[in-house]
Design a protein around this ligand. Sequence first.
Ligand SMILES: Nc1nc2c(c(=O)[nH]1)N[C@H]1C(S)=C(S)[C@@H](COP(=O)(O)OP(=O)(O)OC[C@H]3O[C@@H](n4cnc5c(N)ncnc54)[C@H](O)[C@@H]3O)O[C@H]1N2
Ligand code: MOO
Length: 589
Amino acid sequence: MIKQTGIVILAAGNSSRLGLPKQLLEFEGETLLKRISREALAVPDAKVSVVIGAYPDPINSALKDSTVSVVSNPHWATGMSTSIVVGLRDLLKHHPHLDRCIISLCDQPFVDRHVFQQLIQLADSTDKGIVATGFSGIWGAPVLFDRKYFEHLMCLEGQQGAKKVAEQFSEDRVIFSYEDAKYDIDTQDDYFNLPHQFIRVQQAKDIIHHYLPAPKQIRLPLEEALGYTLAQTVIAKQSIPAFPQSSMDGYAIRYSDKERELPVVDKIPAGTTVEKILTEGQAMRIYTGAPLPQGADTVVMQEKVDLSDADTIQIRDEALQLGDNVRPEGSEVRAESIAMLTGTTLTPAAIGYLAGIGCRDVLVTAPPRIQLILTGDELKPIGTTLGYGEVYESNSYQLKAALRQQGILHVESRHVPDDRSQLRATLENALDEADIVLLVGGVSVGDYDYVVDVAKTCGIKQRFHRIRQKPGKPLFFGTQNEKLVFGLPGNPSSALTCFYLYVAPALERMMELPQRIRSIKTHTTHAYSKKPGLTHFLKARYDGHAVEPLHAQESYRLQSYAQANCLLILEEDSNGCAAGDEVYIHLLT
Ligand SMILES: Nc1nc2c(c(=O)[nH]1)N[C@H]1C(S)=C(S)[C@@H](COP(=O)(O)OP(=O)(O)OC[C@H]3O[C@@H](n4cnc5c(N)ncnc54)[C@H](O)[C@@H]3O)O[C@H]1N2
Ligand code: MOO
């Protein structure tokens, strides 16, 4: 006779260490709770009860389309035992002849229907009354209990869990070994540490953000600092101008002498090193940038004077004010004061200003060192003649150009054929030398797509692989300590779009740069239809009023990308857009 199995899913806790309901965390496109409920229901003939407690409203609504029995435990805060009792009682109320019951949590994303089935099979084949799940020498949930232990489970109290009963009857216990049960989520780190698969666009962005290393600093000569972010506050060593300075070609005078005829007693060119003294009733010829003589307080432009043969001047400047045409000492910046704040983007003007105050080099946020690894037997360098089945290696050109736009000028790139050992050697070497490795091609599912496997054998931890998007679905992201590894899909449009969406923002954060790609709302000129399931990023052209999706959206084509100035976003759940619809775009220029 087929035994009847119940599954109690414990989802009543308040996730105190996480700070938000873990039941509602998303994993691979759905909440953990919905996922485990769906998996439990997929076990043939299983009866499923979900025990909820904290956050009842959002959790109830997350389960609204599910056929599980949802039961509330008002005493959830007293401890897990109360939820086990509530869940088991609920199952027995509806199915009094239940033969066994699996107690499961909702925060083990790799526990699925197969795990439940394995527990059931092991119970049947061993005739043991308790089957727990084990990994790395420890064991825990989910745990299957034969009916004879229901009474013991019903007697649990306070913080006691089902493990207490499983420990007590160890002679009747067997372990189903399943390494991936070790992934459970108590903290944010646990969540981001999961090797995610096929996730939403925003989740991919969040995961990358989580793993970004803190910005580093580097001292650069001013000539090389363009575009970087200042990582120090610059204090002026001296006042600029360092002396009162004429801003015009003309005559230095005392303002109180402006009505008098004044003899021109000396000449002060810019660059003079001799300090001159002007006494009352005198003028001195002076040039733009020259130091004002001591005693002078005003410069009158040469166009505003009558010069006599005897080298005297008469001023014809009704509007002349005290101090006119004089740049006071320290008027640009005073010695010991702040000349520029940390965080300033070094534009040409900023660099000119810093040079003007005598700054030779600056501490800036360091650009990460990047290596590009292009994979594929079919790739040939431009400049050669293509043989049958060959294509020009073009991704390195567009990616280096895009990196240059982000202020990364020096990028090493290497081409490796589709060969595991060569790829491994190249990747290991790149990880030694670079902060970010961009692998291109070979991230999909073909027999020669080694990138993801090889990355893992190099000790790179997968953070995600595959995103619900088009193009760029197979994007891989992993980390090794502080190093970031992106596996960009080989199709040229996909590689570039993934760069814009994920790599560029990561670089901007690491370099503390403002975001270059802006998002705005506009209207589309044409309809575009799609199936729900993937976010689409269309090559498009925005004219300041509306956006037009372009032809040639296929990811192997760049022809229309070359005309595009934005990506039009069609959300995951949408069926596309109609002409005139409001849409969001990412402006690329
Ligand atoms: N059975 C499936 N096949 C594919 C899937 C899938 O889900 N199931 N996904 C498709 C998608 S989407 C993409 S995108 C590509 C990504 O493939 P890979 O990253 O493995 O890239 P490759 O196969 O190596 O190359 C794809 C394409 O791009 C050309 N390529 C590669 N590198 C360069 C380069 N440096 N310069 C110019 N062109 C390059 C390559 O010759 C191929 O034509 O997988 C789909 N397949
Ligand atoms: O994601 Mo692939 O990039 O659609 O061709």
